[in-house]
Ligand binder design. Structure first.
Ligand code: ADP
Length: 488
């Protein structure tokens, strides 16, 4: 089974969110089960720099509108930072060599030609399915998020033109809220047939919608948890696409993300001061002491420490924590946050830390190794999202015995089992609340504190959490089953 994974990011070379983690962890898990996996990425500087043994596979001649000044080449090499993963990289400096981030400039303004930059990604995937590389043609093209969503559309067009099945296609939604919306006049530049426009094509309320390319034309659609797969079929969480998703319900499923044990495992984590495991939780306490010292959090080792590692956007619901924080601090808790995003939320957390530096520590920014120290050293990790396709930090929390305090939504609902009197000795792995309200978060936190004051019970829940299977072998098996169904 030859599988081409198509996406815009890959950890550790380029990451803006969980998509990059999945892009890096799924291929080796699939390879471990016998699949022959390659990735296709845009040639951002970080990706080209990470590509070893690069050789030109072909010069690309995309349809008129997609043509990049100075030309476009397809390279094949290996990503040594990703376990020598074979990677096709689109070398089009006019599109991908930019000062800012992958999607937006230094002022956070999306690039004006994003529709072309990412249409080229989808178009190239479809070319590979048409034997652009005579030595390797995928049986399945697996496209991720809006950036790669035109791959199934171009593939369908090629199959209709040639009257033959070229490859199966799977499209994965990592976040339905980011759809890739553009001015409709750009549709003509994509080189797709006119009948790909309209409600049964890429039109969405008069705009051009890339994600619809994946939702309409892929053989199968997946998203990253079973609960999110259900939720996005309702108007409440469907972001305007719930009708289409209901139409495709027979071909839509949820497959949970796993945790990359190469990166996140407290027994072997070189980014934390003291490795620990389920039987050596005393060493977790040493990480906590080091963290409290690093952050200048005062007070006893027993002070329950809540952490957050997150983008600070509306989705993540962290304003609920802003509102509930004082009550927790008054109850003796400490809070440590790492994140960046909306200015007002950054300001709210900064102000809290400035007012109570003994109890609250806030670091604004992105810091991979601090994220590890924070999760290893804290007692709880808070993820109160409004919606959450899968969520990774609660999974890291489980693995590190840092009990997740989460809202019952999406992947959070699927991965964390609430601690109640009747679950304490059976299934409990964290603390779960329902209403998207500060008071609900606060009451769940109070329950957490009550259990925390009983160290033996706390430890039992920690140990169960740490033993939850959340590696990539199960998800990889499910993806492989899906690939087998579509590869024809
Ligand atoms: P999303 O993709 O919606 O941002 P996920 O929980 O799926 O949320 O994935 C977020 C990933 O980004 C996790 O690996 C998390 O550890 C990481 N992350 C988020 N914010 C930061 C930060 N400020 N510093 C370091 N890592 C971060």
């Amino acid at each position: 089974m030859r599988v081409l994974q198509v996406q815009a990011e890959i950890f550790p070379l380029l990451k803006t969110g969980g998509l990059a983690d999945v892009a890096a962890a799924l291929p080796p898990a699939l390879r471990a089960q016998g699949a022959d996996v390659r990735v296709l990425l845009p040639g951002f500087d970080a990706v080209l720099q990470g590509l070893s043994d690069a050789a030109e596979v072909a010069r690309l001649h995309p349809p008129g509108g997609l043509h990049a000044a100075g030309g476009t080449r397809l390279l094949l090499g290996r990503l040594s930072a990703c376990g020598d993963l074979p990677a096709y990289v689109i070398d089009a400096p006019a599109y991908y060599h930019r000062e800012g981030g992958p999607y937006a400039d230094l002022h956070q303004q999306p690039y004006g030609d994003n529709h072309l930059r990412f249409a080229l990604l989808g178009w190239t995937a479809a070319q590979l399915a048409q034997a652009l590389d005579p030595l390797w043609r995928p049986d399945v093209v697996h496209a991720h998020d809006w950036h790669a969503a035109l791959a199934p559309a171009y593939l369908r067009q090629a199959q209709l033109n040639r009257q033959q099945h070229l490859a199966g296609s799977v499209y994965t939604i990592h976040n339905l809220a980011y759809q890739g919306l553009f001015n409709p006049r750009h549709f003509r530049e994509l080189g797709l047939p006119a009948d790909h426009w309209g409600v049964n094509g890429l039109e969405f309320h008069g705009q051009l919608n890339f994600m619809k390319g994946g939702l309409i034309f892929a053989d199968r659609i997946t998203t990253v948890s079973p609960s999110y797969a259900r939720e996005i079929q309702s108007p409440d969480q469907g972001c305007g696409l719930d009708g289409l998703l209901r139409q495709r319900t027979a071909h839509l499923s949820g497959i949970l993300n796993g945790v990359d044990a190469e990166v996140w495992d407290p027994r072997h984590d070189r980014l934390i001061p003291h490795a620990f495991g389920v039987d050596t939780l005393a060493d977790k306490a040493r990480n906590k002491a080091a963290l409290q010292q690093e952050l200048k959090l005062k007070g006893a080792a027993q002070a329950p420490l809540f952490c957050v590692v997150s983008r600070l956007t509306e989705q993540k619901g962290l304003h609920l924590l802003v509102q509930a924080a004082q009550g927790l601090i008054d109850a003796g808790a400490q809070i440590a946050l790492l994140g960046s995003g909306d200015a007002w939320m950054e300001g709210a957390f900064r102000a809290m830390a400035a007012a109570q530096p003994d109890a609250v520590a806030v670091r604004i920014g992105y810091d991979e190794s601090f994220a590890h120290r924070l999760i290893a050293g804290s007692d709880l990790i808070v993820v109160p999202s409004r919606y959450e396709p899968c969520g990774l930090t609660q999974l890291y929390g489980l693995k590190y015995g840092t009990l997740p305090l989460v809202r019952r939504v999406g992947g959070l609902a699927d991965t964390v089992a609430d601690t109640q009197l009747d679950t304490l000795d059976s299934t409990a792995t964290g603390f779960v609340f329902d209403a998207f309200e500060a008071d609900a978060l606060y009451r769940a936190a109070q329950r957490a504190l009550a259990v925390y004051r009983r160290p033996q019970e706390w430890q039992r829940v920690q140990q169960r959490a740490m033993q939850q299977p959340c590696d990539w072998s199960g998800p990889a098996r499910q993806y492989l089953q899906l690939y087998e169904r579509v590869s024809g």
